[in-house]
Design a protein around this ligand. Sequence first.
Ligand code: COA
Length: 188
Amino acid sequence: MTLSPRSSVAPEDLKVRVLTGADTSLVAGFTCGEVDLDDFLRSDALRLQAHRVARTYLAFHEAELVAYMTVLADAIVLETKERKRLALSAHDHPAVAALKIARLAVSASFRSTHTGVGTALVRIALAIGADVSERVGCRLLTVDAYPESVAFYERLGFVRNRAKLYQGREHPSMRLDIFPPEPPSWAR
Ligand SMILES: CC(C)(COP(=O)(O)OP(=O)(O)OC[C@H]1O[C@@H](n2cnc3c(N)ncnc32)[C@H](O)[C@@H]1OP(=O)(O)O)[C@@H](O)C(=O)NCCC(=O)NCCS
């Protein structure tokens, strides 16, 4: 059997908006292949948004719900060497302000036929982080990655956090500089 190649989705092909209370039946049909991520969208995302602790964005391709992403404010502890890579001094505060990708999932059926949606949403998270940094500090994007998605984040330039606090976790703590000297090609 020959598999047909997957089509690439450009960021401008997606319509992204914030989750609302009117989306209950829409999100009930969303399946990404990870039960925890599906359940979070159905049961927790709206409640946490109402409490102002997380914000969830839905992504549509030709009116089909194809992905969601939840973000929240974060701060991570960096080792001295890691801080130097951000041009921060050894004396600066060890915690660095960040935006966390708390959840990111692309629908399993859409993923089987298309690529690029996960990357497009990380690009949106970068833009949100840059926007937030105009009002309060926000230098990094962070994620506690599912083990199966670590390679996806590494391809985008995320690196693992080395502080002892983050070692031995089931979901590795990773970060990406929102303001690198040279932005990666996918983010331009
Ligand atoms: C991880 C996930 C969000 C990536 O979204 P996606 O739309 O498949 O990602 P993209 O198509 O933008 O991927 C960019 C590249 O990374 C590759 N890639 C995607 N997922 C990958 C993975 N898990 N491991 C290694 N490479 C991966 C793609 O093949 C693509 O390669 P290409 O540029 O050569 O075509 C998606 O696969 C998903 O929802 N997985 C299930 C839930 C999950 O694990 N979420 C992460 C929670 S932290």
